[in-house]
Design a protein around this ligand. Structure first.
Ligand SMILES: C[S@@+](CC[C@H](N)C(=O)[O-])C[C@H]1O[C@@H](n2cnc3c(N)ncnc32)[C@H](O)[C@@H]1O
Length: 218
């Protein structure tokens, strides 16, 4: 799951719902200076304030409907978790026609300061968004336990951490691996536990563990 080829293509990256300031859009623009980066926000007063602070950013009032043309990547961070299941599904549906074929939507949530996050990787295939993986990330600043991710799961998984569900099974297996390998360093505990988990479970991908990422393909 490398997006190198996608991100080497000239095109647009979209940050949906940038919030009170456009800091996430600004970070995206700084990380990808060769791409056109657009920040969308449905609260027009937030757009006006952010545009005043950062006039160089491409900020627009509204949701995906105001986009003309298609994007390589659409990021929807901390937006869908507060929606009803139906509204979150509708949001996913709205993303499809705004992505290029093969383009990716990253939809998920983080803790307040962005130290712990969980994102769906959703790829456009024709008229559908295909779930490729749930990517779980931490930088270790909040310590580490697999159960940290329970609080940042995307909208459709957030009530899914009950015994008998695939999400609960994943976190339980991960906790077992972590208990056996934990050390004083949260980053090392994360790394060692993801590697041990991937040895037990074919649906866990540890390729990007050195960067603090674990990918799960349920
Ligand atoms: C909690 S903030 C998230 C801010 C930022 N994305 C982050 O991760 O820190 C959610 C923002 O999304 C906006 N929002 C919600 N639904 C939206 C939609 N469909 N299109 C554009 N903005 C939306 C809200 O107005 C709010 O400002």
């Amino acid at each position: 799951m490398s997006e190198q080829a996608l991100l080497e293509t000239p095109g647009r990256l979209v940050d949906v719902g940038f919030g009170v300031s456009a800091v996430t859009t600004a970070e995206l623009a700084a990380a990808f200076p060769s791409h056109q980066v657009v920040g969308l926000e449905q609260d027009a007063s937030r757009v006006a304030a952010a545009a005043h602070e950062a006039p160089h950013l491409g900020l627009r009032a509204g949701g995906l409907e105001v986009l003309d043309g298609e994007a390589l990547v659409v990021r929807v961070a901390n937006v869908a978790r507060g929606l009803s299941k139906e509204d979150a599904e509708a949001l996913h549906g709205d993303v499809v026609p705004r992505l290029v074929e093969g383009g990716v939507c990253l939809e998920g949530s983080t803790d307040v300061d962005g130290h712990v996050s969980a994102f769906w990787v959703l790829r456009r295939r024709g008229a559908a968004l295909v779930r490729e993986a749930l990517v779980l990330h931490t930088d270790g600043e909040r310590g580490f336990s697999p159960w940290l991710f329970r609080d940042v799961l995307p909208r459709d998984l957030r009530r899914d951490v009950r015994p008998g569900t695939p999400t609960h099974a994943l976190l339980s297996d991960w906790a077992t691996a972590w208990e056996a390998s934990r050390s004083a360093s949260p980053r090392e505990s994360f790394r060692a536990s993801v590697i041990a988990l991937a040895e037990r479970r074919a649906d866990v991908d540890s390729r990007f563990v050195a960067h603090g990422f674990c990918a799960w393909r349920p």
